[in-house]
Design a binder for this molecule. Structure first.
Ligand code: GTP
Ligand code: MG
Length: 301
């Protein structure tokens, strides 16, 4: 396999091609070959509503990591966009300063034609970046819906970024995002409503019962690079917590099980659809039809 050989020779174009295969739902062979090489990278998810400053934050985190000599991969995922290029122009501008840095690899992904689902393709992309040798992999996702939650869960540490004065902060917190945040970032801290948003998040947090890690709250001005040291320190504290409590292993196991489940489910669904198409089983009652098809496919028991 050419891509694999070039990948192992550290050719970034081979990484790009490998991710394209994953996007087309054909990443299986490469993931199999490279799986044993993955598991070293620190993975950090960055999620939040459009325009909150995720890409600017990602860029600041990349700058920080580069200053420490770390190699960084960035995956920008936009589940609402059918295009993986162009639509993420904002990301490209925000991250442009890193384009000529060989130790930084930036990739955009969107929802178009992902056979195994966008979350699955993203999981493959993260694994491929990890196996390629990046120390840090950042996963940026827009929005606050279910697919974004699934994508955020690929990361060891999930940062939820919110912006002052947007009015959607409470909506965001209600939408199940509270549960996935390891760190809250109030970006655009230069905004007059920033303190109010911090208070809102604090009081939302007080209403929750926490066991284990309690999310940290960090204020940043990503454009100016302010608060980035504090954010990096919070990420490091969370990493330490994950390691010391065994939570990292638990998260990895859960993510693994989840991915196996999704892959197996996808294959079973395709078999089921083929069987139903071949023989619609009209005339039976739906329960009887389901019983028979499950038995025929050897899935009962
Ligand atoms: N005032 C202020 N503006 C900021 C700050 N950080 C980012 N911005 C601006 O906010 C806008 C959106 O920033 P992005 O980084 O593209 O936000 P994003 O969340 O990645 O946006 P999408 O990927 O489109 O969802 C840009 O115009 C940034 O320059 C900040 O700390 N203060
Ligand atoms: Mg962005």
């Amino acid at each position: 396999m050419d891509v694999l050989r070039e990948f192992e020779q550290h050719n970034p174009r081979a990484l790009a091609r490998a991710i394209s295969r994953a996007e087309a739902g054909r990443g299986g062979e490469l993931v199999r070959a490279l799986y044993a090489k993955a598991g070293r990278a620190t993975t950090v998810g960055l999620t939040g509503p459009p325009g909150v400053g995720k890409s600017t934050l990602a860029s600041a985190l990349v700058r920080d990591a580069r200053a420490r000599g770390k190699r960084v991969g960035v995956v920008s995922v936009d589940p609402s966009s059918p295009f993986s290029h162009g639509a993420l122009l904002g990301d490209r501008i925000r991250l442009a300063e890193h384009f000529t840095d060989d130790a930084v690899f930036i990739r955009s992904m969107a929802s178009r034609g992902h056979l195994g689902g966008l979350a699955g393709a993203t999981a493959d992309a993260v694994l491929l970046m990890d196996a390629f040798g990046f120390d840090l992999v950042l996963i940026e996702t827009v929005g606050v819906g279910q697919s974004e939650v699934a994508i955020a869960e690929l990361a060891q540490t999930t940062i939820v970024a919110l912006q002052p004065g947007s009015g959607d902060s409470i909506q965001v917190l209600k939408a199940g995002i509270m549960e996935i945040a390891d760190i809250f970032v109030v970006n655009k801290a230069d905004h007059p409503m920033a303190d109010q948003l911090r208070r809102e998040i604090r009081s939302m947090m007080e209403m929750q019962h926490w066991s284990g890690w309690v999310p940290e709250l960090v204020a940043t001005q990503a454009l100016e690079g302010k608060g980035i040291d504090e954010l990096v320190a919070a990420i490091e504290r969370h990493a330490l917590y994950l390691n010391e409590t065994g939570e990292l292993e638990r998260r990895r196991r859960d993510a693994f099980t989840h991915q196996v489940r999704q892959l197996a489910l996808g294959r079973m669904e395709r078999r089921l659809d083929r069987a139903l198409e071949a023989q619609p089983r009209n005339g039976l009652d739906p329960y009887e039809a389901a019983d028979r098809i499950v038995t025929e496919l050897g899935l009962d028991g």
